[in-house]
Design a protein around this ligand. Structure first.
Ligand code: FES
Length: 170
């Protein structure tokens, strides 16, 4: 935890060192900090607000307005539920609910063990496969709630296999 806080301070400081204290630099600063950290933690937003001498709520407002910005660290695996028209018609929201329940997180959040992060996407161009969930950049077809468990089980098996291989090689 202390390591993480130190990393946030260090990387944010490095980015700020390359900018002047102009309000107009807010978005480029946020982009660069996110590029380094993978997301925009509250401590970084606070630091940026102090640097630009603007209220923290203004920074927070920009971060929540643009969906290019993440407020949570990325997970090892990304889960993106398509909510384009075709997927929506085929129950995309029901699938999204199933992912939320199963991972125990909300949209835009990351599981506590940082294994998965969950979000939605607009049409990814595979409408005949609706409802689609994009798992680690690969569109998965017909992801209805019953398939959510199957996908997670495959990750679980993969993890166990790796553990076993590591144990055997050490
Ligand atoms: S609407 Fe989901 S892939 Fe097109």
């Amino acid at each position: 935890m202390a390591e993480e806080a130190e990393k946030i301070r260090r990387e944010t400081g490095r980015v700020l060192g390359r900018f002047s204290r102009k309000r107009g630099n807010l978005i480029p600063i946020l982009q660069k900090v996110q590029h380094r950290l993978g997301y925009l933690p509250r401590e970084a937003m606070l630091e940026i607000a102090r640097f630009l001498d603007i209220p923290e709520i203004e920074v927070y407002g920009v971060v929540t307005f643009y969906n290019q910005f993440r407020r949570n660290p990325p997970g090892k695996h990304s889960i993106r539920v398509c909510l384009g028209t075709a997927c929506h018609m085929k129950g995309g929201y029901i699938t999204l609910d199933a992912w939320k329940r199963r991972l125990n997180i909300g949209q835009g959040e990351t599981t506590a063990d940082r294994e998965f992060d969950l979000d939605t996407v607009a049409c990814v161009g595979c409408c005949t496969m609706a409802p689609v969930t994009v798992v680690d950049d690969k569109p998965q077809a017909n992801v209805e709630p019953t398939r959510v468990d199957g996908i997670l089980l495959a990750f679980e098996r993969e993890r166990e296999k790796k553990h076993k291989e590591n144990r055997e090689s050490s």
